[in-house]
Design a protein around this ligand. Structure first.
Ligand SMILES: Cc1cc2nc3c(=O)[nH]c(=O)nc-3n(C[C@H](O)[C@H](O)[C@H](O)COP(=O)(O)OP(=O)(O)OC[C@H]3O[C@@H](n4cnc5c(N)ncnc54)[C@H](O)[C@@H]3O)c2cc1C
Length: 499
């Protein structure tokens, strides 16, 4: 009789993506409900890591998040099998060794590259008769037909029972070591695995620390400090990278906040915070529904607005050497810490797309790489909104001098990030080019030598941009596309919009 190979072992896989946590994790929760042994995997995918929006800071955060999860599995003698390889290959090889019955994962609202990768995985699963079960990502609904009642559906989702798993009861399986070593791929280089203390550290444990400290005390000044580049660093929740990499679910943040609301000293601050949690999913929903936003103006009528790329302008903006202190401080701070608050993000975008008259597409990846919390579903719709190419939002050209005066009154943020200006007193600090020669001598900073003169005239460039964008805003083509956008992306198209 011919030698028959023994049947392959039936298994289920939980594939972690941008959901690096154990608490309230639907794929794990449902995987645990069936009888198959579960293999936990994460894959550092070379093509994703090499994509133009990606930066070491993101993968360091992912690495830290995985370390945190591994530490919880250590006592169980179990682990997440981490690969640094192409995911279709990983699945292919696993399917040669095991009979994969099911793959559990969360839906990913990612860039075009990860969308295409998911199509490849989907085809593989259908060819191999593997059930790929994908669960809803926070409040973002896949294949949404209409935005009607979206807010109610969001609240319903947030109020559902969290899906809690007990890690100690998971039926986890181990891989044969030789097989794993062979498939694992190269070790991550040290830049991904070393610590960078100026950045928020990744991981579920840290996510909860940030949330607890916010709801215990930091939230009190939330609304007061939200626009301030320095004070927002403490007064805002700083949950964004933890939400972006799924170290905490939106539902847990929502429910924890609602719990605190009853006894909160400042209820208004918490209501404002909860609106932002909904915005998070609202923007991601827009992107999910119209993902061409990564590449194209959401309002096609702006395609005829011509902007000529100026590499010198972009490079000065990127390196924080435009000569406009608040803009430069923000950009330098982003390089070193990966975070600035919402208003400052809007301001640096306004400066580059209006004052420097550059196309948002020429700066989209620069910012994506700099934001530790880079979330494609928020990034592209926000970037387009701030760039004035939606036709349905108020056009805001931020005045960098006025904003610095109002939100960095004492110039602490500017002086922290632009040490060249440390001796310059306010109000000169906000417009250092106005210093006389004697003042430059006195404060030991020479404009054009130690710190640049502004690369454009702020008022002249604002006026030029404003004339063009407002002339567009009034055209029939913009309005028609605007109607389409409102119908598609908002619940009540007649309501005035700021999101
Ligand atoms: C051009 C531009 C790009 C942006 N790109 C991103 C991005 O890639 N990832 C990202 O998380 N946020 C992005 N934002 C939104 C916002 O700036 C950050 O979410 C916020 O600053 C994060 O700080 P926080 O966690 O302390 O926020 P908090 O004020 O404490 O808010 C709590 C959470 O609500 C969500 N949130 C807050 N503000 C907004 C907003 N305006 N739109 C959507 N969601 C919001 C975030 O998840 C945030 O963590 C962008 C804004 C602009 C103007």
């Amino acid at each position: 009789m011919a030698n028959e190979n023994p049947p392959l072992q039936d298994i289920a896989i939980v594939w972690f993506k941008r959901d690096l946590r154990f608490t309230d994790h639907e794929p794990l929760y449902y995987a645990q409900k069936q009888n198959l042994p579960i293999l936990l995997i994460y894959c550092f995918e070379p093509i994703v890591m090499e994509y133009a929006d990606s930066d070491v800071r993101h993968w360091r955060f992912v690495y830290q998040s995985l370390q945190d999860m591994q530490s919880k599995l250590e006592d169980l003698n179990a682990k997440i099998y981490v690969f640094h390889n192409h995911i279709p290959l990983v699945f292919q090889r696993l399917s040669e060794k095991y009979n994969i019955k099911k793959i559990y994962s969360n839906q990913e609202i990612g860039n075009k590259l990860t969308y295409d990768r998911d199509l490849v995985v989907q085809k593989f699963c259908s060819d191999q008769q593997i059930d790929w079960l994908e669960y809803q990502h926070n409040g973002v609904i896949r294949r949404l037909k209409s935005r009607k009642n979206w807010e109610q559906r969001w609240t319903q989702k947030m109020e559902e029972h969290p899906k809690i798993v007990n890690e100690t009861q998971l039926n986890l399986m181990t891989l044969d070591d030789a097989f794993y070593q062979d498939l694992k791929g190269p070790e991550l280089s040290i830049q991904f695995t070393s610590n960078e203390p100026a950045f928020q550290p990744g991981g579920e444990t840290n996510a909860w620390k940030y949330m607890q400290s916010f709801l215990k005390e930091r939230y009190v000044n939330y609304s007061k400090h939200i626009s301030k580049p320095q004070l927002s660093r403490k007064g805002c929740s700083r949950l964004s990278p933890y939400l972006a990499y799924g170290n905490i679910s939106m539902r847990m943040v929502y429910q924890y906040t609602v719990q605190h609301y009853k006894t909160a000293k400042n209820k208004r601050a918490l209501s404002n915070f909860v609106s932002r949690l909904q915005w998070h999913c609202h923007f991601m929903q827009k992107f999910e529904d119209e993902c061409r936003m990564e590449f194209e103006n959401v309002n096609r009528a702006y395609d005829s607005m011509v902007k000529t790329k100026n590499d010198n302008y972009i490079s000065a903006w990127q390196s924080g050497t435009t000569g406009v202190p608040i803009v430069d401080a923000c950009m330098r701070c982003l390089h070193k810490t990966g975070y600035i608050n919402f208003r400052m993000r809007a301001l640096v975008v306004s400066f580059v797309v209006f004052n420097l008259w550059q196309d948002w597409r020429d700066v989209k990846y620069i910012l994506a790489k700099l934001f530790l919390d880079y979330e494609p579903g928020i990034h592209y719709p926000q970037l387009q909104m701030q760039s004035g190419v939606t036709g349905v939002n108020t056009i805001r050209i931020y005045n960098p001098i006025k904003n610095a005066q109002e939100h960095d009154e004492e110039g602490i943020f500017i002086k922290t990030w632009i040490p060249e200006l440390k001796n310059v007193p306010t109000p000169l600090l906000f417009e250092p080019w106005k210093m006389t020669n004697i003042e430059q001598e006195m404060y030991q900073v020479f404009i054009g030598k130690d710190y640049p003169a502004p690369i454009v005239d702020i008022e002249v460039s604002r006026k030029a941009a404003s004339d063009i964008v407002w002339s567009f805003q009034k055209t029939k083509a913009v309005a028609e596309e605007g109607d389409r956008i409102l119908q598609k992306h908002v619940n009540n198209p007649s309501r005035p919009r700021n999101s």
